[in-house]
Design a protein around this ligand. Structure first.
Ligand SMILES: *Cc1c(COP(=O)(O)O)cnc(C)c1O
Length: 385
């Protein structure tokens, strides 16, 4: 590996958008490797270590779970799970309380998969009892799969996947959770959280580069999916799984350099430690909340429902406010903020992902103070309601 202490420092930006996240220089430089053909044994060993580590992060045993890697952004995982895990003649129940679970509904529509779009409030977590009730009423057992987004990144609402997973399993269903924006941040345990399939991509919790996504699935269920209807070629989960099982390689060209960076990210993940990392994300979130409260920004979501990873703030009603001006001024100072993702509300988001620290947030609010004054905005922040 390159010795980063003798390499040029790379300009550090504090990304408060919901991924890709700020990375360390050691992760950035981990991409600079001798050229290698990914079909070489040497790279096979890298892939094996990567797959096993990804399962380990979710406390799974490699006897029971397998990581299935893909080259693409996180949405590819949603596509692969939804298109590959619904047996012939069965339905998938999508618990929809945000823009990411809506994406799973869209995947069903595109592939003409029989589904139930169980909508609930975007500003509250899904109620596990309601899910249990819906499943209870499915007396013919038409529903074979339950799908839930763990952390709705658009709003910052955290859903009770353990309770939902229990309800799914009590009904004999496969449980899929989109953990893209919680994996390697909120501690997840595949077994005790009642999860059969989870997913994430390298640029979020493991704080590495874009382009590598992965599904971690129950191996027995992956095997069982062999005879399920095939609805996609490139994103068929069983095809990719069986290729990795037999050859230890991804079916098509993997994102080689991104994989080296991901391994470095994982090394840093274990060095920091699951609990310490989760504490750090929460400490950042606390700084975000305190600053927001100090200026009078109003959150979209009640505190008790928040993930501690995303803080969605309502647009001020101050006539001098425009998101673009605020964004551009902060960007010029090295801070990236992000618009919201809920059509009924105008919000912007501040996220606690990535290799950032509470001191960064203190500096962020200092920059915000200067910008609010330049924008001639009233403090405390003005709201009409
Ligand atoms: C980031 C994210 C995804 C993947 O989005 P891409 O734009 O494809 O990277 C999926 N689900 C959730 C909950 C996410 O936060």
């Amino acid at each position: 590996m390159l010795d980063c202490t003798v390499l040029p420092k790379i300009k550090r930006n504090v990304l408060l958008n919901p991924g890709p996240a700020t990375t360390t220089d050691t992760v950035k430089y981990a991409q600079v490797v001798p050229d290698i053909c990914p079909r070489e044994k040497e790279f096979g060993a890298v892939m094996k270590e990567l797959g096993e580590s990804l399962v380990k992060i979710a406390h799974g045993s490699t006897d029971t779970y397998t990581a299935v890697l893909f080259c693409g952004s996180g949405t590819l995982n949603i596509d692969a799970c939804v298109n590959s895990l619904v047996p012939e003649g069965k339905k998938i129940l999508i618990l929809n309380n945000g823009s990411y679970s809506s994406r799973a509904v869209d995947v069903c529509r595109y592939y003409h998969i029989n589904h139930i779009d169980l909508k609930s409030s975007y500003t509250k977590p899904i109620d596990a009892d309601t899910v249990a009730e819906v499943l209870h009423q499915d007396t013919d057992h038409e529903i074979a799969v339950v799908y839930c987004c763990h952390h709705e990144t658009g709003t910052g609402v955290l859903n009770p996947i353990r309770e939902i997973g229990k309800a799914a399993h009590d009904h004999g269903c496969t449980m899929i959770a989109d953990t893209t924006s919680s994996y390697a941040m909120v501690p997840i345990n595949l077994e005790t959280d009642n999860l059969d399939f989870i997913m994430a991509s390298a640029q979020k919790g493991i704080m590495a580069m874009t382009g590598l996504s992965f599904v971690i699935g129950n191996t027995k269920m992956l095997e069982e999916s062999k005879n399920y209807p095939t609805r996609s070629y490139y994103t068929n989960l069983y095809m990719q799984y069986s290729f990795i099982r037999d050859k230890g390689e991804m079916h098509f060209t993997p994102p080689v350099q991104t994989i080296y960076a991901a391994l470095q990210g994982i090394k840093e993940y274990f060095a920091e430690g699951e609990q310490a990392k989760w504490k750090r994300h929460q400490a950042i979130w606390k700084e975000l909340v305190q600053g927001a409260e100090k200026f009078g920004f109003k959150p979209l979501i009640n505190k008790e429902f928040q993930s501690h990873l995303v803080l969605a703030l309502l647009y001020p009603d101050d006539p001098n406010f425009t998101f673009e001006t605020m964004h551009d001024s902060l960007y010029a100072k090295g801070f990236t903020i992000y618009p919201g993702k809920v059509s009924d509300f105008h919000t912007f988001r501040l996220c606690s992902l990535g290799a950032i620290y509470p001191e960064d947030i203190k500096a962020f609010w200092q920059a915000m103070k200067e910008i609010l004054s330049e924008m001639k905005m009233t403090i405390p922040i003005q709201y009409n309601t």
